[in-house]
Write a protein that binds this ligand. Sequence first.
Ligand SMILES: [Zn+2]
Length: 437
Amino acid sequence: MRRFGVEQLVANLGIEHPGRAMHALIRELYPICRSVTGDGVRETLRIVSRELPLSVHEVPSGTRVLDWVVPPEWNVREAWLRGPDGKLLADLRWSNLHVVGYSVPTRAKLSLAELRPHLHSLPEHPDWIPYKSSVYREDWGFCLPHRTLESLVEGEYEVRIDSSLANGSLSYGEALLPGASDEEVLLSSHVCHPSLCNDNLSGISLLWLLGRHLARVEHRYTYRLLFAPVTIGAITWLAHNEKDLANIRHGLVVTLAGDPGPITYKRSRRGDAAIDRAAAHVLAHHGPHALRDFDPFGYDERQFCSPGFDLPVGCFMRTPHGEFPEYHSSADDLEFVTADALGDSLVALLAVLDVLEHERRYRNLAPKGEPQLGRRGVLGDAPWGGELHRAMTWVLSLSDGRASLLDIAERSRLPFAMVHEAASRLSSHDLLRPVDG
Ligand SMILES: [Zn+2]
């Protein structure tokens, strides 16, 4: 059984249905009011850390990090908007999305004209609540279904936002899962969105499950799983880990992994990093998918790939941000993300890690003519002329010490897992030797 296969994960963790386990975690995290800082992120990290060895870092507000400053910490206890007839129109207790993130404390009675600039809606989806946040500009506001906004009449409105913006800290969590080598794979997900499932909770749940598996199997690379608020969290982490970044060999930002669309992989800024090749190869065999070149919009690959770091970090997602109507709205909910899509993302991610883990070069130890496989019993019960036999032929033919297993998989159009299996069998029959150790 392959260490980086989903069957192994299932056996290892005693989880019958990984997709459902991830969806259950999403359900638990969904009601928490997260933002860039505050108790919502802490509670999220606490829940993730029940099953994953997570170290949580607190970085004080006001700390300079690269070109940025850690903002004040925001927490909200109560937020509501009452109409002229005294009826509640929006209440934090109904949905975390009703209050604009980082709203300053507010207690006011306002006319509709005064209130109107503080209200946000989605005219094209009149029943959905939009998600808005204003971390770097002092403001307050409410997000409403457009239908509610349209029904507002002249009169006096009452606003109450019992929030605090104070010196506190930014929280991020990190799980370091040591491998045989100090060389690292960085896997990162943002943790700063309130009740949104595809956008942030799907990535968190995938890393949570992957991390639990990686903590229990042997692996070549050291895995660093990062759970941090988007942008400022990644920037803070980069500022505090600059001296260790040289160890990072591969990386993925994991996000938007639970919607029903096909998988999309966005290449690193380098465009030809090993992770870019590994992901493209896996997805070619996985099913319908899309590959995109790097662009400096999106998630924290923008920070990891910035020219001063230029890390080999791509972005693994399904439908990219802004390209599904539910994006940043109350419709990105528990029904929008499915256990099947989450499970499918997991299978593909494990296959990418499987490539990274087993990618190496070999040398054919019987390179003059074809070695006589039948005499050696290398094939075992695998059929002559079948996929494994073809993979062995390719591995023997190309293993001159220069071509790697991924080179061979690409050239033969066979799945990497098959090529690796062929190489393992040939090695155990002394027909092949790894080039470096
Ligand atoms: Zn977002």
